[in-house]
Design a binder for this molecule. Structure first.
Ligand code: AMP
Ligand code: ZN
Length: 733
């Protein structure tokens, strides 16, 4: 039987089910007022592997996965002033139910795309309010809960086992809960079971304590009790669920039913993207839908997750996903080849040996990466192909990669079939030149040709193989060659770090071309991971204009990295970085050329900022020295970059990166100079306006912190001290 790391006991333990033939399992499911991202799905995939393994032992796994819907109390939304998506939907007349149904259906679709076996029941939180109320009543009755101002709190002091899951006790615990100090609680560790509805609240339910709504944790206790009983075998979630969610779930359930709640608590470590926590506004939250629109097979993500142990943090990058897709394609190819070979088999004990080794790994704390590595050893071994095929399909009952769906023959257009036949005979005659011509023809028809010693095989290209031909793409600025030490070939390099919003990109780029002013210019556009047609438009535009170059990124690499790509590739004497919201409306190049000819000037542009205290930056420079230049338009000499450096790539979001980069120039003794009369206009800045208030504050704060940590003790770099009026602060420029 499977052994797995139990967060409760901190040991790897063999699973011993409570019932003889059914294993009961509860998985904390999705919140359906937003998308489930690939990190969430990694956690559900872990539960899926656990379930598949246990099923192979002949047990039934009765699996429950809850749906946390809006009406319910993950109050973060309402407290945060509402989610933009939801508010917009409500304003359009859609109901909260429409919204939760919509996100739930996307979630089910993505689970299916990843071959995650559906749970037996997906209970919705708002459909289980009476069960939650009944538990709270029991807790009031046995005095594990108390009422204060219409709210019901769990009395943590009375539950002596509190902290046994997270080991989060004493000082650590207080540290964790301090932020939400609620004066009604007797003890800051106490948590809410039921909350009185405030005036005007739409989503509320009747209870013995008046209208209100349940706390978040109670939903899982109540639904687990309803579907799995007072005690059950396995409970899964992500590591962020351990505290407080699961700790509180144990307290409520064990205090209500007087018995151990769950025997095995299993938690998946988080998925990072590009080495950082995924956050919507840093542009590194990825959805399965998005992987598909970038040409990937969703099962490549499943394969990728198989390469990292569930208990380890996993860093998602598009490079690793591409490698996973190649490996999966390769595995499918082998199935196809083996299916076409005679189904020979070898000695039975050889097969049994591979099988045993596979299960040794799987059983050992779900070592799927080990099992996968072993599978490759087996595939490359001397075992007869019939045995390989049988073993692989057997292993795939755990992996879940649909390898049994690989056809023995693909449907090929007649012409392609004929060509392959001709090519095989050309190769037999050693006429490789003509064989290669035929090969190129087949490739251009959308098929892959693979030669073996005896014959040529052909299969349709994958989406990724087809898309890969459209244009090359980079995954990071490191992959881009630097031309900074080469002599200049142009007077100016215009750089646009383009995000989605094709109309803005078009307006900005065409305006760059409109006023060449007799100079020799190049334009570099970084397509920073668009999937909305921006990339295609840029390709067409490039084809029509010799001076335009486009560098595609296979995802949003971050603002600083995008700009650095442009800077590294530039060959102009002067560099002008424009933002997509900016438009050139007159001759600007002569002025920029003149200003930058002054050796004391580092950065020049129209939208200068000043500050007295490094805390608040004001937009009040019409002409002359400034403390920083806003990113809408920033010009500097290319040769300066070798001295001041590239932009700092920890700035994934644009905000305050401009200020930070200006300080790099100031630190080297250069001035930042503004001239507001430069003919340039600013349009709606969508990267900013599309964010909601909370995202703006969070991102601004984080980037401002980055700036301050580096430059906060350098008031000596400011142009002047004292006596400036109040303009707009850095939060609202
Ligand atoms: P939520 O929709 O926020 O309740 O999250 C659903 C599940 O995904 C929970 O089990 C979380 O612990 C888990 N989860 C959240 N963020 C990540 C992440 N970055 N990587 C892996 N799992 C996550
Ligand atoms: Zn839960």
């Amino acid at each position: 039987m499977l052994s797995i790391y139990n967060t409760l006991t901190k040991r790897i333990e063999e699973i011993r089910p409570i019932k003889p033939d059914t294993v009961t399992m509860y998985t904390c499911g999705p919140t359906v007022y937003r998308d489930a991202h690939i990190g969430n799905l990694r956690t559900y995939m872990m539960a899926d592997w656990i379930r598949r393994v246990i099923q192979v032992y002949g047990y039934e796994v009765y699996h429950i996965k809850n749906i946390t819907d809006v009406g319910h109390m993950r109050q973060e939304l309402v407290e945060a002033g509402g989610d933009k998506v939801i508010m917009a939907a409500l304003a359009e007349g859609r109901t909260v139910e429409d919204i939760t149904q919509y996100y739930a259906s996307l979630f089910h679709r993505d689970e299916a795309r990843l071959n995650i076996l559906p749970a037996h029941v997906y209970p919705w939180a708002t459909e289980h309010i009476p069960e939650m109320v009944s538990m709270v009543e029991t807790l009031m009755g046995n005095e594990f809960a108390y009422e204060q101002g219409g709210n019901i709190y769990f009395d943590v002091a009375r539950f002596t086992d509190y902290g046994k899951l997270s080991r989060n006790t004493g000082a650590d615990l207080l540290e964790g809960v301090r932020a939400e100090a609620d004066p009604l609680k007797r003890d800051p560790r106490d948590f809410t079971l039921w909350k009185a509805a405030e005036a005007g609240r739409d989503y509320k339910w009747d209870s013995p304590w008046g209208d209100g709504f349940p706390g978040w944790h109670i939903e899982c206790s109540a639904m687990a009790r309803k579907y799995l009983g007072e005690e059950f075998d396995i409970h899964t979630g992500g590591v962020d669920n351990i505290f407080p969610h699961h700790e509180d779930e144990i307290a409520q359930s064990e205090a209500t039913f007087g018995k151990r709640h769950v025997n095995y608590w299993v938690h998946a470590q988080h998925l990072l993207a590009d080495g950082a926590k995924m956050a919507k506004s840093s542009g590194n939250v990825f959805l399965i839908e998005e992987l598909i629109s970038r040409g990937f097979d969703p099962l490549s993500f499943r394969y990728l997750c198989m390469t990292v142990r569930y208990r380890h943090r996993m860093n998602f990058t598009f490079n690793s996903l591409r490698a996973a897709e190649r490996a999966l394609t390769n595995l499918r190819n082998r199935v196809w080849v083996w299916k076409n070979q005679a189904g020979e088999s070898g000695p039975l004990d050889e097969v049994a040996k591979w099988r045993q080794q596979f299960w040794d790994r799987v059983e050992n704390d779900l070592d799927i990466p080990g099992a996968l590595a072993l599978t490759w050893d087996m595939a490359r071994s001397e075992l007869p192909s019939g045995d390989k095929l049988a073993l692989l399909l057997e292993f795939d009952k755990i992996f879940g990669l649909d390898l049994d769906q690989v056809p023995a023959t693909y449907d090929l257009p007649d012409i392609v079939g004929t060509v392959v036949g001709e090519r095989t005979s050309l190769r037999q005659q050693a006429d490789y030149q003509n064989a290669d011509v035929l090969r190129a023809n087949v490739l251009s028809e959308g098929f892959m040709l693979e030669d073996t010693a005896s014959a040529s095989r052909i299969r349709p290209k994958t989406n990724l193989e087809r898309q890969g031909e459209l244009w090359a793409a980079v995954s990071s600025s490191r992959e881009v060659e630097s031309f900074l030490d080469r002599p200049s070939e142009y007077d100016f390099t215009y750089i646009l770090n383009a995000y989605s919003h094709p109309l803005d990109v078009q307006r900005c780029v065409t305006s760059m071309l409109r006023y060449p002013g007799g100079h020799n210019n190049e334009i570099i556009v970084i397509d920073n991971g668009s999937t909305d047609g921006t990339a295609e438009w840029l390709e067409e535009f490039k084809a029509a204009h010799d001076s335009v170059r486009v560098i595609h990124c296979d995802h949003n690499v971050g603002d600083a990295a995008g700009k650095n790509i442009g800077i590294k590739q530039s060959l102009g004497k002067n560099i002008i970085i424009l933002d997509g919201s900016a438009e050139v409306v007159g001759e600007i190049l002569d002025t920029i050329h003149e200003r930058l000819a002054d050796d004391t000037v580092g950065i020049f542009g129209p939208f200068g900022l000043t500050t007295d205290d490094l805390q608040h930056f004001h937009e009040e420079v019409d002409e002359g020295d400034a403390d920083a230049m806003q990113a809408y338009c920033m010009a500097f000499r290319r040769e300066r970059v070798s001295e001041v450096g590239l932009m700092r790539e920890c700035f994934r979001f644009y905000r305050n990166l401009d200020i930070d980069y200006c300080f790099q120039f100031k630190d080297k003794g250069y001035r930042v100079v503004a001239d507001a009369s430069l003919p340039l206009v600013r349009h709606e800045h969508r990267l900013w306006t599309e964010l909601d208030e909370n995202q703006r504050d969070e991102l601004s704060r984080k980037n401002f912190g980055r700036f301050l940590r580096r430059w906060g003790n350098r008031p000596d770099l400011l142009i002047t001290a004292g006596g400036r009026g109040v303009g707009s602060s850095f939060f609202h420029h």
